[in-house]
Design a protein around this ligand. Structure first.
Ligand code: IVH
Length: 694
C-alpha cells in the first residue's frame, strides 16, 4: 500500500501525523541544542531547514496539533501592543557589590561568612562557587510541566515585564526541559546577553543598511529583549547563561532537592540550559582572590562580556542559614572590575597619521579613568564611523578601553542631551596635517590617506617604531619620544639610518644620558642578528602581519627566493590571498624599497637562510595547535615559535579541526572545549615530545 503522507481524517491517520510531528520536534530540538548550546552541530544547516519546513507543513495542515513548545513557535509574527507586567512569584534580588577592586573585598566577604556561621580559625575553609558576573539582563524563565510558559525581566525586582515572545526566539533557551526529573513548576534565572562577535556582526548589518549602531552588547541585548515585535528580536542574536532559581516545587510536592549550588547548575545544564564553562568551586578567601585575578586576565578573551565575578556559598543549607539582609542575600557578593566604559566630554577632534598614511580622527577627551587607566585620547576610526556615531565636539561621549585594545569612542550619550550651538561638522583635511601632501581616498573605501609616503615625517616615525617593535627587530629603548626627536631633528631620514646612529649624537638628545645612549647602541647592534620572518614583518609591508611574515619565511626560506616570486608564486603560500600577494609584489617592485633592504643588509642586518624546510623536518606540518593556560617553563610566544618552526599553525580557538591543545595551569574554557570535542590535550612535556617527532 502506498504511504499516505498527509492523512487528515481517519483516527489512525491522526495518530501517525501526531507521531511524525513528535519525532520531528524531538529531532529538531536536539539539533538546535547541539548547534546553539553545545556548538557542535551534527547535521548541516540545510537538513535542519528541510525537516523544519516539513514540520511547518504538517502543523499548517493540523493546527490543532501545534503546541507552544514546538520549534516553529519560536518566532511569533504579530506586533504586540505593549509589554504586560508580571509579578514575580519569588522576588528577584540584587547582590551586594564590593566596590574596591583589591583582594580585601573577597577577604572581607569570607570573614563575614565565617563570623555569621560561627566558624573559628580551626574550622576548614568555606566552600564557595565562583561565577562570572555576566553583563546582560536578568531573566526569569517559568516552566510548568517542563514547558516554558513565561519569561519576564527583572523590573524592580517585584514586578517585571512579560517578554515571552522574545525569549522564545533565543535558541539557547529550551522551550521544553530535556531529560528526566522535571519538576511541576520551576523558574530558572539567568542572564540574557549578546556575544561579542554576534554584536559585531549585528552592527555590521546595521551599518550596511544605514541603521543606527548599538553602543555595546548589553545595550543591543536590552533593546532586543524589550522589542514588541518578535521578528525584529529574532534577528538580534541573543544568548543565555543560567545561574539560579526562582520558584521551585518543594521536595514534599514532588520537586527536586539540591545540596549545593553546583549540583543545581549541573542539573540545569542537563535540562538543556547553557552554564558558563568558567564556573568554579573554590575554597576560602585566597581562592576567591585567585579566581578574581584569573577571570580578570581572561576577561577580554571571553566570548561574553563580564563586569566582575560573583561569589556564592556553595551549600544551599548554609545559604538558608545565612539568609537575607533587606534585599540582598548574605551568602553572595559581587566583586567588580574597573569599568571598561565611561562617559566624558569630547573637547576636540584631531587627525593622526599612521604608518601606512591612514588618517585617523582622534577624540581629545576630558581625562577619564576607564579600564584601569586614565584616558585622554580615543580613536574614532574613520570619517564615516564618526558621522554614523553623530558625535560632535562638546558632546558627552561613551569611551571604551578594554585590555590592549586602543580606547575608542562608542557614541554619544542619549540623543536629547543639550549641545553647544553652532558646532561645525567635522571634515577630513584635504592636505596631510603633518606634511601637507594631498589626502586621497581609495574609490569606495572608508579610509583617507596621506599620499606623502616616507616623505611624511608622521609615516616615517610610525615606520621606525614598527621596525623597532618587539615582534619586529626588537630594538630595546627606541620609544616614541626618542623617535620624535630623531625624525624632527633630521637625524634619521630612512629605516637604514637607524644603524648609523652614534653614541655621541644620541647623548645630546633630550632625556638621553651617555649610559642610555650606549645601551641603545648595544641593542641596535644586537638587533642586527635576526630571522627572515622578523625582518619581513619589520619592513611594514601593507597587509603583512606577523603570521604572514612567518608563512613567507617558511615557504621561501630565503629573501632571494621571495624576491624572485611573482604574484602566482606568492599565492602558493598558505593563507596568502590575492590582496596580500599583490601588496607584497608591489612592495618589492619599488626600487626604493629594494634599496632600503640592501642598505639594511649592508648595515649588518642578517639572518640564517635556509632552503624551504622539507616536510620531513616539520613533524607538525598541517597540524593546528591551540595554547591555553600558563606553561611551566615556556612563555606563550616561545611555545608558539617552537610549534611554528615545526610546521604547526597556532590558532586562537578550539574547533573540530584542532589537532592538539597544549594546556598549562589555569587553563579555562579552551581546555573544557577540547575535552568536549575529544581533541588530544598535552602538557608542556607532551608538546616537547611531539616537537621532537616522538
Ligand atoms: S545571582 C540573589 N549570579 O547581577 C542573587 N547574578 O545584582 C541573584 N548577574 O541583575 C543573582 N551574573 O542579573 C547572579 N553569576 C551571576 C550573575 C548575576 C550577573 C546579575 C543579575 C542581577 C545582578 C545582581
Amino acid at each position: 500500500m502506498q504511504a499516505d503522507l498527509f492523512p487528515t481524517s481517519s483516527q489512525d491517520g491522526e495518530a501517525s501525523v501526531a507521531t511524525q510531528i513528535e519525532a520531528l520536534r524531538t529531532r529538531l530540538n536536539r539539533w538546535a541544542h547541539e548547534y546553539y548550546v553545545l556548538d557542535t552541530p551534527s547535521v548541516p544547516d540545510g537538513e535542519y531547514d528541510r525537516q523544519y519546513q516539513q514540520l511547518e507543513r504538517l502543523e499548517a495542515a493540523h493546527p490543532e496539533l501545534v503546541t507552544p513548545d514546538s520549534p516553529t513557535q519560536r518566532v511569533l509574527g504579530s506586533v504586540l501592543s505593549g509589554l504586560a507586567p508580571v509579578r514575580h512569584a519569588v522576588p528577584m534580588l540584587s547582590i551586594r557589590t564590593e566596590t574596591d577592586i583589591e583582594a580585601s573585598g573577597a577577604q572581607a566577604f569570607d570573614a563575614r561568612i565565617r563570623r555569621e556561621l560561627g566558624l573559628t580559625d580551626a574550622d576548614p575553609p568555606v566552600e564557595y562557587i565562583a561565577e562570572p558576573k555576566f553583563d546582560g539582563l536578568a531573566m526569569n524563565l517559568r516552566y510548568e510541566g517542563g514547558v516554558l510558559v513565561q519569561a519576564a525581566t527583572r523590573g524592580d525586582g517585584e514586578v517585571g515585564e512579560d517578554v515571552t515572545h522574545v525569549i522564545r526566539t533565543i535558541r539557547q533557551i529550551p522551550l521544553a526541559l530535556r531529560g528526566a526529573g522535571v519538576p511541576p513548576v520551576i523558574e530558572v534565572r539567568g542572564e540574557v546577553y549578546m556575544r561579542g562577535r554576534d554584536f559585531e556582526r549585528l552592527n555590521e548589518r546595521q551599518r550596511e543598511s544605514g541603521e543606527k549602531l548599538f553602543v555595546n552588547p548589553r545595550n543591543a541585548a536590552a533593546g532586543a529583549v524589550r522589542q514588541l515585535d518578535a521578528r525584529i528580536a529574532a534577528r538580534r542574536p541573543l544568548s543565555f547563561f543560567a545561574y539560579g532559581l526562582g520558584e521551585l516545587t518543594p521536595p514534599e510536592a514532588g520537586g527536586p532537592a539540591f545540596a549545593t549550588h553546583h549540583a543545581l547548575l549541573c542539573q540545569l545544564q542537563a535540562w538543556g540550559f547553557p552554564v558558563a564553562h568558567e564556573v568554579r568551586v573554590v575554597h576560602g578567601a585566597a581562592e576567591l582572590v585567585d579566581y578574581h585575578k584569573y577571570m580578570g586576565a581572561r576577561r577580554d578573551a571571553l566570548s561574553y562580556g563580564i563586569d566582575g565575578v560573583v561569589y556564592k556559598v556553595n551549600s544551599l543549607a548554609l545559604q538558608r542559614q545565612l539568609g537575607y539582609v533587606t534585599r540582598e542575600p548574605r551568602w553572595a557578593v559581587a566583586h567588580k572590575y574597573p569599568p571598561q566604559e565611561m562617559v566624558t566630554t569630547m573637547d576636540a577632534i584631531e587627525v593622526q597619521v599612521g604608518r601606512t598614511g591612514k588618517l585617523t580622527p582622534v577624540a581629545r577627551l576630558a581625562p577619564v579613568f576607564v579600564g584601569g587607566a586614565t584616558v585622554t585620547n580615543a580613536t574614532l576610526h574613520n570619517l564615516f564611523e564618526l558621522r554614523r556615531k553623530r558625535v560632535r565636539v562638546g558632546d558627552a561621549v561613551i569611551v571604551r578601553r578594554a585590555g590592549d585594545v586602543i580606547p575608542e569612542v562608542l557614541g554619544r550619550v542619549h540623543e536629547g542631551a543639550a549641545r553647544q550651538p553652532y558646532v561645525p561638522n567635522f571634515h577630513m583635511p584635504r592636505a596631510c596635517p603633518v606634511c601637507g601632501s594631498s589626502v586621497v581616498r581609495e574609490h569606495g573605501g572608508t579610509d583617507h590617506r596621506c599620499s606623502g609616503g616616507l616623505f611624511c615625517s608622521a609615516q616615517r616615525k610610525q615606520a621606525l617604531l614598527h621596525f623597532a617593535s618587539r615582534k619586529a627587530m626588537d630594538i630595546d629603548g627606541l620609544g616614541e619620544k626618542l623617535v620624535d626627536q630623531l625624525v624632527d631633528q633630521g637625524l634619521i631620514h630612512s629605516l637604514p639610518g637607524i644603524y648609523a646612529l652614534q653614541v655621541r649624537q644620541l647623548a645630546g638628545l633630550d632625556r638621553m644620558a651617555e649610559k642610555s645612549a650606549q645601551n641603545l647602541c648595544d641593542s641596535l647592534e644586537k638587533s642586527k642578528r635576526t630571522t627572515l620572518a622578523r625582518f619581513l614583518y619589520a619592513l611594514g609591508i601593507r597587509n603583512v602581519g606577523e603570521a604572514t611574515a612567518k608563512d613567507l619565511a617558511r615557504h621561501f626560506g630565503s629573501l632571494d627566493a621571495l624576491l624572485a616570486a611573482d604574484v602566482d608564486a606568492l599565492r602558493q603560500v598558505s593563507d596568502v590571498g590575492p590582496i596580500v600577494a599583490e601588496s607584497i609584489h608591489t612592495f618589492f617592485a619599488q626600487p626604493h624599497n629594494l634599496e632600503v633592504v640592501r642598505q639594511l643588509q649592508a648595515a649588518g642586518v642578517h639572518w640564517s637562510e635556509a632552503a624551504p624546510a622539507p616536510a620531513a623536518r616539520q613533524p607538525l606540518a598541517g597540524k593546528t595547535v591551540v595554547l591555553t593556560g600558563t606553561l611551566p617553563t615556556l612563555s606563550r610566544d616561545e611555545a608558539k615559535d617552537l610549534l611554528e618552526a615545526a610546521g604547526a599553525k597556532v590558532a586562537g580557538s578550539v574547533s573540530k579541526k584542532t589537532s592538539y591543545v597544549v594546556a598549562g595551569s589555569e587553563a579555562g574554557s579552551k581546555l573544557a572545549r577540547a575535552q568536549e570535542l575529544g581533541v588530544t590535550v598535552l602538557d608542556e612535556e607532551g608538546m616537547r615530545r611531539l616537537l621532537a617527532g616522538a
